[in-house]
Design a protein around this ligand. Sequence first.
Ligand code: ATP
Length: 135
Amino acid sequence: MAEEKLQRLEIVTPQKKTYSQDIRFVVLPGTEGELGVLPEHAPLVSALKTGLARVHHEGKVLKIAVSGGFAEIRNNKVTVLANAAEREDQIDVERAQAAKERAEQRLSAGGQDIDVIRAEAALKRALNRLKAAGQ
Ligand code: ATP
């Protein structure tokens, strides 16, 4: 069998390196829509929204919750600089559930004192983490 072409995927945040592997295929949550990247992709920079990265590696699909950032594709390497990123097995489900409830309460309480955009962004991050964790 011919050897599969691979590409390097690095997902880093200001705190840590979340993922670093040679992989076959990744789908990233681009602000303009899902961005599927195969090896030998043309150079590209794209903004990312809060969403799931789906990494196809060794016959499995790994979900990684990405909380916005940027992706750079160059020389067969995909670098994701994310505000935060957690692999599905790293997600603290109770924490995400609590963050979801906090954000929902803020949004439903309304009033002048709440920052709606901030609460909506926190809710999106929490829902995305729950989705990555299969909840
Ligand atoms: P919280 O209100 O629970 O802190 P948040 O969305 O405000 O959630 P972030 O500011 O996006 O949190 O992330 C801060 C750090 O905590 C990052 O390193 C992120 O990876 C980590 N983190 C946040 N929520 C979770 C979670 N549910 N499970 C694991 N790590 C998490």
